[in-house]
Design a protein around this ligand. Structure first.
Ligand code: CP
Ligand code: NVA
Length: 311
């Protein structure tokens, strides 16, 4: 039996620093000459099973699959899964027709159940717990801008959510200093932060959580934020707006960062909430270049998973 976590891409922590490095290097090669990678998915069909909305993830995978020579099938809320067919039965059936599947869903346990029952690689296109494709793409973009990852400081201001977790995991594996500034009740769990920080020591990075956004931003090369209310949390939105009131990436916070600092946001963004229009539309913002980096990275992840599946 093949090692399912090796052929799938569910979280960054499932993979070694060496594997992440291989994906980053492959993405850089694909970005430099995409025309050299026209056939890796020839005769392959990739399903995109999305239970939440998506613009960037869906499009970068669909375009990426097509450019690699494969075909994609988008599966939304009109498949039998939405009417109560089990996730395991869906995984077994999809494994018979498809060569790989990208899933966006709610609880992370859902994608784990799918991957356990499937016999094809499963890629996490976002769960409530993780967003590994976005995070690895962000590291590839940071490396492009700064020429290195090791030793960079990435300050994340806002919710200790799926995005924060995947960035913290990537930082721990790739030698980046990650600081989350979040209000109490919205932080990554303390034990998780301690374990990631221990892991980070091996790569020369660190992972920590603070209360004060200014403390996180001071001297950081990357200032990152995400929405206060993630998909699935809409009922908490009024409560969250109150809790995150002081956690805004604005001009004064940016002025504390390193002179070379860039501002990232995985998007979609809400101007006037987690980030001001002045910052996201200003000269230090790289959010659209960041979004563009998803395409070569998605291709590299799919090629990596197909390769591991053949081993
Ligand atoms: N950043 C991101 O994953 O965007 P979408 O929700 O549009 O896919
Ligand atoms: N944290 C956000 C990310 C969207 C790309 C969400 O889960 O909705």
């Amino acid at each position: 039996m093949k090692n399912r976590s090796a052929r799938s891409f569910l979280t960054l922590l499932d993979h070694s620093p060496k594997s992440l490095r291989a994906i980053l290097d492959l993405a850089a090669r694909i970005e430099a000459s995409p025309e050299d990678f026209r056939k890796p998915l020839e005769w392959k069909t990739v399903g995109l099973l999305f239970e939440k909305s998506s613009t960037r993830t869906r499009l970068s995978f669909e375009a990426g699959i097509r450019q690699l020579g494969g075909g994609s099938l988008f599966l939304g809320s009109d498949i039998q899964l939405a009417r109560g067919e089990s996730i395991e039965d869906t995984a077994r059936v999809m494994s018979a027709y498809l060569d790989m599947v990208v899933i966006r869903t709610f609880g992370h346990d859902r994608i784990e159940s799918f991957a356990r029952a499937a016999s094809i690689p499963v890629i996490n296109g976002l769960t409530d717990g993780h967003h590994p494709c976005q995070a690895l793409s962000d590291f590839s973009y940071m490396e492009k801008v700064f020429g290195r990852l090791a030793g960079l400081t990435l300050a994340f201001v806002g919710d200790g959510n799926n995005m924060a977790r995947s960035l913290a995991e990537g930082a721990a594996l790739l030698g980046v200093h990650f600081i989350l500034a979040a209000p109490e009740g919205y932080r990554l769990p303390e034990e998780e932060v301690a374990a990631l920080d221990r892991l980070a020591r091996k790569s020369g990075g660190s992972v920590r959580v603070v209360n004060d956004p200014k403390e996180a931003a001071r001297g950081a090369q990357v200032l990152y934020t995400d929405v206060w209310t993630s998909m699935g949390q809409e009922a908490e939105s009024a409560l969250r707006e109150r809790a995150f009131r002081g956690y805004v990436v604005d001009g004064s916070l940016l002025s504390l960062a390193d002179p070379s600092a860039i501002v990232l946001h995985c998007l979609p963004a809400y101007r006037g909430k987690e980030i001001t229009a002045e910052v996201i539309d200003g000269p230090r913002s790289r959010v659209f270049e960041q979004a563009a980096a998803r395409l070569p990275l998605q291709k590299a992840i799919m090629m990596y998973c197909m390769e591991r599946d053949r081993e």
